[in-house]
Design a protein around this ligand. Structure first.
Ligand code: ATP
Length: 375
């Protein structure tokens, strides 16, 4: 049985915005689960519904096998950590951490001991415990908010972009720390973020959401390597996936008037004359100054330094194809080069609904937009 189960959850805000659209989701015990998607896709509404801060129009929420749909937040056994930490400014750090215990009428001495013990595991100790939140750095405040959630000893942690107020370096440190902590505590965790790198790094599984629905529910690795549709393909990856219109011919795809071999795994799923969208990540396109078998040729238009690699944008007919290239092989702007997609990493999507070729068809009226922002 799932530890957290969402069944057919729909939330329509006054004014008609359908923030959640019949959503189903099962999260396993101890799992670190990320909700990812563009702004406005419904992530926070889903998290707040689990917490009991929003009332769904229909559907059910079960936590640890218990139907909590109609229970108030305090009866749900969840602890939420917000983006702005939401600490009580007039209370000391120790009182903030131990507040959930005060609500449960635990005595003062035990509360102090709990604050010291949980605080220690998060490097909040000594004089820091007696300061007010306003006297702490952002990173320290974030740890206090986490400590408060841990002191609550909830069944489920709900995190709403808890790292987004930290600067880039601190954010990376906090990410590693958070993952380790979650593993040690083994508490089922739902983590909302619009930062795909954060979701990929932290989650055991993740849901990529769009317009109140889940577009892919999978491991981070599958969402990155095998996006189920062009929406996820375009949303995930620090360099966006190449999405190239193509026509199926005998044994080849025609792309911008040139030919790319059809990978074995795709051959049986397409027919001559089909129009598809080919997907390949820039990381899986090899670049050569001389002709490669089954490759596309074009002219280098833009070079962008990514640190270890460079991102090369190549004009292929009327399309633009991007590839990442190691330092020693970077071509010059204006060079003619050849681009060979890795056959094992080449994906094909249907042009009409953006799902992978071979996937079951969704009813046309239900099919969401093909790529983020495209409507
Ligand atoms: P972000 O990453 O920007 O926080 P999100 O994915 O968390 O976005 P939600 O905050 O869940 O998105 O919002 C989903 C949709 O519901 C949005 O279109 C939003 O404008 C709308 N919405 C959210 N809260 C309310 C509300 N209280 N009243 C009306 N509409 C709302």
């Amino acid at each position: 049985m799932a530890d957290l189960e969402i069944r057919g959850l729909t939330k329509i805000f006054p004014g008609g915005m359908r923030a959640l659209d019949g959503l189903d989701l099962q999260i396993q015990d101890g799992e670190f689960f990320a909700l990812l998607g563009p702004s406005g896709c419904g992530k926070t509404t889903l998290l707040r519904s689990i917490a009991g801060l929003e009332t769904p129009n229909s559907g059910e929420i079960h936590i640890g096998g218990r139907d909590v749909t109609r229970l108030p937040p305090a009866a749900r056994d969840v602890a939420m950590v917000f983006q702005d930490y939401a600490l009580y400014p007039h209370m000391t750090v120790a009182d903030n951490i131990a507040y959930p215990l005060k609500v449960r009428r635990v005595g003062r001495k035990e509360r102090r001991e709990a604050a010291e013990s949980v605080g220690r595991s998060l490097q909040i100790q000594g004089a820091m415990l007696d300061r007010r939140p306003g006297q702490l750095s952002g990173g320290q405040q974030q740890r206090v908010a986490l400590a408060r959630a841990i002191a609550y000893r909830p069944h489920v942690f709900l995190f709403d972009e808890p790292l987004s107020n930290l600067d880039a370096r601190l954010r990376l440190e906090a990410r590693t720390f958070l993952k380790q902590l979650q593993r040690e505590l083994g508490v089922t965790t739902v983590y909302v973020t619009h930062d795909q790198a954060e979701a990929l790094a932290l989650a055991d599984r993740m849901a990529v959401m769009d317009q109140g629905r889940i577009r892919q529910l999978d491991t981070p690795s599958n969402c990155f390597l095998r996006p189920a549709n062009t929406f996820v393909a375009a949303f995930i990856g620090s360099t966006p996936m190449n999405l190239l219109p193509a026509t199926v011919q005998e044994g080849t795809f025609e792309v911008a008037g040139q030919k790319v071999m059809i990978p074995e795994a795709i051959r049986a799923k397409v027919s001559v004359g089909d129009t598809v969208i080919l997907g390949v990540r820039p990381e899986y396109v090899s670049v050569s100054p001389t002709e490669l078998p089954g490759s596309l040729t074009g002219t280098v238009r833009v070079l962008e330094n990514l640190g270890v690699d460079s991102l090369v944008t190549v004009e292929v007919g009327d399309l633009r194809v991007q590839a990442t290239v190691p330092e020693e092989r970077v071509p010059a702007v204006g060079d003619r080069i050849w681009l060979a997609p890795d056959q094992r990493r080449l994906l094909a999507y249907r042009q009409d609904d953006g799902e992978q070729v071979g996937a079951p068809k969704v009813a046309q009226s239900d099919a969401p937009a093909l790529v983020p922002g495209a409507e």
